[in-house]
Design a protein around this ligand. Structure first.
Ligand SMILES: *Cc1c(COP(=O)(O)O)cnc(C)c1O
Length: 391
């Protein structure tokens, strides 16, 4: 299996676990147990039950007729926007909270940028009655007030990260520092990033997206495989989930869409595959945006969920091996795609998901081409941005 990590968590040259020695026992405990737990009957029963009755899965696979007509192809939307809490992130937090419980952990630690992962984590902690501490950059706390309010209402303790640029990377640094001081906590990572086994574990938990896609496509088209799958990439978890069961089917074209912000070369971008170089971030070797001294370059995108300076090691490998095609969309293109979907399908997408939709006009689609766009989340959280730019 070419696209599965080896025993040390490497996809080709990317991955691994670059962690302080003090965290080794925690990461090792997780590494030794995560597959056993995920594959156990007990976990699968609980996980599937919660996905069905709490999250509302399976999420629909919707044939978007008017969108298809517009682009001259057969376009399906995988409706992750209809999940409880409004995005795919909950697939992962439900899975990891169950893993934490199996490991006997009672305290959960997370970091968050825009607050979406923080809310998804606080939600499952409330559900399970577990203590929840979320680190968030001081600037992000100001920018994302509604999500901070949600986390607090859900019972989480939100701790401001006051170092550095006071954004996501600083929240991550401080969360890791906290983890070292409180090794009894479970660190719940929100994307296919971080030290091994997190990227593989999160990919396995998000894989439910493509597992369902296969069944739904078979029902609706008679074939399990689409021609093309398109997903946006921040850290890469919704894309990993949408690609997962198709990775080894090389005839299925995989398209990963990054945020180009004001333009790939504008200096205000988050198009990691175009701008990044090999380095270590968040405990794994991958590609990331860095300066000549290896310091992380602050990324930019209108969409908070894509505003991440790296991509997970699986995506670095998909890029290097050309298994996936990396495209990008600017702020403006994403906004236009969001307005378009809203007008012709009656669906307001998350700004992140709008980046995936925004490459449709850049592709040479055929009428009989079956395309699945992973609609990772709903746009309620982005209304303020949408209204501001609507004119
Ligand atoms: C967080 C988020 C993303 C980006 O994260 P990935 O790990 O790349 O999936 C994309 N879409 C939505 C709606 C999000 O909330």
């Amino acid at each position: 299996m070419k696209f599965q990590p080896d025993n040390n968590g490497y996809y080709g040259q990317f991955g691994g676990a670059f962690i302080p020695e003090l965290l080794y026992p925690n990461v090792k405990e997780l590494e030794d147990n995560y597959i056993k737990i995920i594959e156990s009957e007990e976990f699968q029963a609980e996980y599937k039950d919660l996905l069905q009755h709490y999250v509302g899965r399976p999420s629909p696979l919707y044939l978007a007729k008017r969108l298809s007509e517009k682009y001259g192809a057969t376009i399906y939307l995988k409706r992750e926007d209809l999940n409880h809490t409004g995005a795919h992130k909950v697939n992962n937090t439900i899975g990891q909270i169950l893993i934490a419980k199996h490991l006997g952990k009672t305290k959960i630690l997370a970091e968050t940028g825009a607050g979406q992962h923080g809310v998804a984590t606080a939600t499952v902690c409330a559900l399970m009655g577990l203590e929840c501490v979320v680190f968030m950059g001081e600037i992000d706390i100001q920018r994302q007030a509604p999500n901070v309010a949600r986390m607090k209402m859900l019972g989480a303790k939100v701790v401001p990260a006051t170092s550095g640029s006071k954004t996501l990377k600083d929240a991550t640094n401080e969360a890791i520092r906290y983890w070292i001081q409180h090794p009894d906590t479970y660190y719940l990572i929100g994307s296919v990033v971080g030290p091994h086994p997190y990227p593989d574990m999160v990919a396995r938990l998000q894989a439910v997206i493509s597992e369902e896609m296969k069944i739904q496509l078979k029902e609706q088209t008679g074939k399990e495989n689409p021609d093309t799958i398109i997903a946006c990439v921040g850290g890469g978890s919704n894309a990993a989930g949408a690609f997962y069961h198709y990775l080894e089917d090389e005839e299925v074209e995989l398209i990963a869409v990054e945020a180009a912000g004001l333009g790939v070369n504008s200096g205000e971008s988050a198009a990691t595959s175009q701008l990044g170089e090999v380095g270590v971030i968040h405990g794994s070797k991958t590609i990331l945006m860095q300066d000549e001294y290896g310091q992380i370059v602050e990324p930019y995108s209108i969409s908070a969920g894509l505003d991440y300076p790296g991509v997970g090691p699986l995506h670095a490998y998909l890029h290097e091996t050309k298994r996936a095609t990396f495209m990008n969309a600017t702020d403006k293109e994403a906004l236009e795609a969001a307005y378009e979907l809203t007008k012709i399908e009656g669906i307001i997408p998350a700004l992140e998901s709008a980046h995936a939709l925004a490459v449709l006009p850049k592709m040479n689609l055929r009428k009989d081409q079956v395309v699945v766009v992973n609609l990772s989340g709903r746009g309620d959280k982005d209304l303020e941005t949408y209204i501001k730019h609507l004119s």
